[in-house]
Design a protein around this ligand. Structure first.
Ligand SMILES: *Cc1c(COP(=O)(O)O)cnc(C)c1O
Length: 367
């Protein structure tokens, strides 16, 4: 049996829906992008989503909307993909890493305050594996120090915190719809801004800085517009949106199934010696893009699973070690502990009950 760690979910209706777009020959941003955005709001509770061509574009646009520039600092968790910090560097600003919670892989609110300087502009919260960060505590620190909260929710579409949807909590939330994320448009992303004026600005900046809705075609055949701020080529296109719309069908059932699989894993693995499960608090629901845990003797664990055709992976270790970001921070002791023992096992839409049992049985045989 081969059990991969990820799969790319494509709803059966996607072929037809994408073909229809190809048949129209209207490929760029059009009515399907709008429809997809409406679906993100109605199905996932996202506020004012603007659909973009990647999660990285969403994070970079967040930097622009937050006014992050040279000399500024953004505090974030190292337990993420490099994109989270690269967008800070792209603006000539400095990513400042705070320590994480060993129990979740998320930023530790208690450590954030230690990292605040007069240059700090924003806090970026990354929901590792889809498990929501301590948003109340993070918002409280942000309010106290007048900082903006940006969520990197690349792993968290469908997650909730205290009954509220991720995408409806912080001033800015960014999503990724990349191929192995659990809601995919091939490549794509979205930015959600709570403030309607900022949401308008996001729409403008994603398309060269042109206000598309208010730039009528002149008789001469060109849109009438005036660019007043730097814009980008960050919008989603209609054939990607068609794939996204297809994949929104049944999203809640897929999410429920993912959570049921996670629950089974938790029941089966909670008492296995050498395994420590990550936290699962009652006040939030993970989107379970990943099923992570801590394992003693990790390399032996990976090899034992690999011998049975099962892929286990760290997915990402802390990103602070990259020379661009200044190299490993020895003071981030929880991140170092996390790096040493974290591991993820397969959880995705193609994972059958039988395969889950097989993974559990293999793990229980020891490593
Ligand atoms: C996937 C991912 C991104 C980047 O998203 P893309 O759509 O690939 O640009 C950003 N942050 C995290 C945490 C991710 O996992």
């Amino acid at each position: 049996m081969q059990v991969p760690i990820f799969n790319t979910y494509i709803h059966p209706s996607a072929q037809q829906r994408v073909s229809e777009v190809l048949a129209t020959t209207f490929l760029s941003e059009g009515k399907l992008v709008k429809e997809f955005e409406a679906g993100l709001s109605s199905e996932l509770g996202m506020v004012n989503p603007a659909a973009l061509n990647s999660g990285t574009s969403a994070l970079h646009l967040a930097m622009i909307l937050a006014g992050i520039g040279p000399g500024d600092e953004v505090i974030l968790s190292p337990q993420t993909f490099v994109a989270s910090a690269l967008v800070v560097s792209q603006q000539g600003a400095t990513p400042v890493f705070a320590d994480i919670q060993y129990e979740t892989g998320n930023i530790d609110p208690a450590d954030i305050e230690k990292r605040i300087t007069e240059r700090t502009k924003a806090i970026m919260a990354v929901h590792w594996g889809g498990y929501p960060c301590d948003m109340d505590e993070i918002q409280a620190i942000a309010r106290k120090h007048n900082l903006l909260v940006i969520e990197d929710a690349a792993h968290a579409p469908g997650a909730t915190y205290k009954g509220r949807a991720i995408g409806a909590i912080s001033p800015i939330t960014c999503f990724s719809f990349q191929a192995i994320k659990h809601l995919t448009t091939g490549d794509g992303g979205a930015i959600c801004c709570l403030d309607p004026a900022m949401a308008q600005e996001a729409l403008k900046r994603r398309w060269f800085g042109i206000d598309r809705a208010n730039s009528p075609m002149s008789e001469l055949g060109e849109r009438e517009y005036d660019i007043s701020a730097v814009g980008f080529k960050y919008h989603l296109n209609d054939y990607s949106a068609a794939l996204g719309l297809a994949n929104l069908t049944g999203f809640h059932d897929r999410m429920a199934r993912r959570r049921a699989l996670a629950k089974r894993y938790r029941q089966e693995l909670v008492n296995v010696p050498g395994i420590t499960l990550l936290q699962d608090a009652a006040d939030r629901e993970s989107a379970y893009w990943l099923f992570g845990m801590h394992v003693e003797n990790r390399l032996a664990f990976i090899r034992a699973l690999k011998a049975k055709g099962i892929t286990a992976s760290v997915v990402h270790d802390g990103i602070d070690h990259n020379s661009l970001f200044g190299g490993t921070r020895e003071e981030l002791t929880n991140q170092l502990r996390f790096n040493a023992t974290q591991i993820h096992i397969p959880i995705h839409d193609a994972l059958t009950e039988e395969e889950l049992e097989y993974v559990v049985t293999t793990i229980k045989q020891g490593w």
